[in-house]
Ligand binder design. Sequence first.
Ligand SMILES: [Mg+2]
Length: 153
Amino acid sequence: MTPRFSDLVVPATPRRTIILDIDGTLVADGEIELSPDTIAALGALAGAHDVYLCSNNVDPERSRAIAETSGLPLLMSRYRKPDARVISDLKVRHPILVIGDKYLTDEVFARRLKADFIRVERIVSHEDALLTRLTYVFDDAVFALAKAMNRFV
Ligand SMILES: [Mg+2]
């Protein structure tokens, strides 16, 4: 089963460099307020690992606000996931783990980094824009197709 981020347990060892998605993972798309459960889970994760927030969203101010609330560094790059160059300025000290809600963005990114990946249950909102919803439908369809094809190759 796909866990919600707030229910996720990442073993404390080995220590990891974690690249953590924001939209759909920590908050619904475009939102800014972290739930108490999410804040607690972020604290636990950051206590054991090097955690960096990384978002493809086009509003850096919102990402910065979330980084400030969570006390975590924000990985800024002119590239976007799944481009592996997103982490070119990052000092990676430990094996990388990518956590996110999207196949085409986060899981493909993890594969390009040859990193581990944990898919979390997406946080959605009834206020999600139509384009956001369509993106989710498309991503979930590609994910299902990719998993189905993996079974045959
Ligand atoms: Mg996301």
